[in-house]
Design a protein around this ligand. Structure first.
Ligand SMILES: Nc1nc2c(ncn2[C@@H]2O[C@H](COP(=O)(O)OP(=O)(O)OP(=O)(O)O)[C@@H](O)[C@H]2O)c(=O)[nH]1
Ligand SMILES: [Mg+2]
Length: 346
C-alpha cells in the first residue's frame, strides 16, 4: 500500500489534490483538522487527509479484469451476450464465444493479442463457418433421371428457387428438365410455376393425389431432371406435413431440399427443422440472404438441429441469376450485422 498525507484549506481541495497526484483509485484513510504557525498559534485551520493506494499486485484479479478496457474475458462476454441477443441459445453462444477467443489466441501464439469486438467477430466467423456442413449441389447427369423435391414453410422462395434451378440446369448445363407441382392448395400457385415452364419451354405436370404421381412423372417424358415444387406448410401442423410426406413417398425423390429463409428467427428455423424432420430432407437451401443483416440466429439453429448439408443459397428475386452453390463465407458474412456493442455490467 502506498500512503501519502495532504494538507489543504478544505476537504474538497484536499480530495482534488489527492485525485490529481494519486489517481481516482486512491482511498481516504484518515482526516483531521490542523493549524499551521508556531505551535498552532496565529496559524490558519487546515484539513489533513491521509490517502492510500493499493499496488496493482494487491488488487483482486476480477477487479483488474473489469478495469482493463481490452480484457479478453470482458470482450468474450460481450460477444456471448450479442449472440444471445440475436437468438442463439445460451449454450451455443457460450461455446462459440469461447472458441472465438481460443481461435484468436492460437492465431497470435506468442504475441500480445488485441481483443476487441471486431477482431473477436472475425474469429467467430471462422468458428461458425467450420460448424456449417456444406454439401454438393444437385447431382444431375445426362440421361440419368434424377427427381428432386423442394419443401418448406410458406413464402420462403420454393417456387422461385425451382425456377432458378430449372433455368440453370437447362441453360448452363444443357439438361432436359421437367417441372412437377403438387401445390394445388394455394390459388395461382400452378399458374406461377406454369409461367416459368412456358418461358423456358419445359414440360410440366400438376399432381393432386399420390396415385397420379407415377403417371405424371412418366408423362414428363425423357427428362434428366425432375424438379418438384410443393405447397408451403407450417411446421406446426403435423397433419399437413404428413400429407406432404405421403405425396412425396409416391414420387420417391432422389433428393429432398428443405428451404429455409435467412430472414427467419433462430426459434422459427428450429421449429421448421423439427417440423419437417419426418420428410427426411437430404439437403438445406438458405434463401433471401440479401434481405438479412445478420445470419447468426438461423445458422445457430441449423448447427444445433443438425440440418442436412447446405446445398444452395439464394440472394435475390431475379430468375435465374440470384442463386449459387452454398458458400460458408457468404453465409457468415453478415453474421452479427449491427447488433449493438453494449458493455456488460461491471
Ligand atoms: N429478396 C429475395 N426474395 C426472394 C428470394 N427468393 C424468393 N424471393 C421472393 O419471395 C417471395 C415468395 O417466393 P415464392 O417462390 O413464391 O415462395 P414459396 O416458398 O414458393 O411460397 P408458397 O408457395 O406460398 O409457400 C417472392 O416475392 C419471391 O420473389 C431471395 O432469394 N431474395
Ligand atoms: Mg410456391
Amino acid at each position: 500500500m502506498h500512503i501519502r498525507t495532504f494538507r489543504a484549506a478544505n476537504l474538497q481541495a484536499a480530495l482534488a489534490e489527492i485525485r490529481t497526484q494519486m489517481g481516482p483509485q486512491a482511498a481516504v484513510l484518515h482526516t483531521r483538522q490542523v493549524r499551521d504557525g508556531w505551535m498552532g498559534w496565529l496559524g490558519r485551520t487546515q484539513v489533513e487527509v491521509t490517502a492510500g493506494l493499493r499496488d496493482a499486485a494487491e488488487q483482486p484479479r476480477r477487479e483488474r479484469l473489469q478495469r482493463s478496457e481490452n480484457s479478453p474475458h470482458r470482450e468474450t462476454e460481450m460477444l456471448r451476450e450479442r449472440l444471445i441477443r440475436v437468438g442463439v441459445s445460451d449454450s451455443l453462444a457460450q461455446r462459440w464465444s469461447q472458441r472465438s477467443e481460443a481461435t484468436m489466441r492460437q492465431q497470435h501464439s506468442g504475441q500480445a493479442v488485441a481483443f476487441s469486438q471486431p477482431s473477436l467477430e472475425a474469429a467467430l466467423k471462422r468458428v461458425v463457418a467450420s460448424d456449417l456442413h456444406c454439401g454438393p449441389p444437385i447431382r444431375s447427369l445426362p440421361s440419368q433421371r434424377r427427381v428432386v423435391a423442394l419443401v418448406g414453410p410458406t413464402g420462403v422462395g420454393k417456387t422461385t428457387t425451382v425456377a432458378k434451378l430449372a433455368a440453370g440446369f437447362r441453360l448452363q448445363q444443357q439438361r432436359r428438365v421437367g417441372l412437377l407441382t403438387i401445390d394445388t392448395y394455394r390459388i395461382a400457385a400452378v399458374q406461377q410455376l406454369q409461367a416459368y415452364a412456358d418461358i423456358m419451354d419445359l414440360p410440366m405436370q400438376v399432381v393432386e393425389r399420390p396415385e397420379q404421381m407415377q403417371t405424371s412423372l412418366e408423362a414428363l417424358g425423357d427428362v434428366d431432371l425432375v424438379l418438384i415444387d410443393t405447397a408451403g406448410r407450417s411446421p406446426n401442423f403435423a397433419a399437413r406435413i404428413d400429407q406432404l410426406r405421403v405425396m412425396l413417398q409416391a414420387a420417391r425423390p432422389d433428393e429432398t431440399h428443405l428451404v429455409v429463409s435467412a430472414t427467419s428467427s433462430a426459434a422459427s428455423t428450429a421449429r421448421v427443422l423439427q417440423g419437417f424432420a419426418s420428410i427426411r430432407p437430404t439437403a438445406t437451401i438458405v434463401t433471401k440472404l440479401d434481405e438479412t443483416e445478420q445470419t447468426a440466429g438461423v445458422l445457430a439453429a441449423l448447427v444445433e438441429h443438425q440440418a442436412a448439408p447446405l446445398s444452395y443459397l439464394t440472394n435475390g428475386q431475379q430468375v435465374p441469376d440470384d442463386i449459387e452453390s452454398s458458400d460458408r463465407e457468404k453465409l457468415v458474412g453478415p453474421l452479427l450485422g449491427t447488433t449493438a456493442v453494449l458493455p456488460v455490467a461491471a
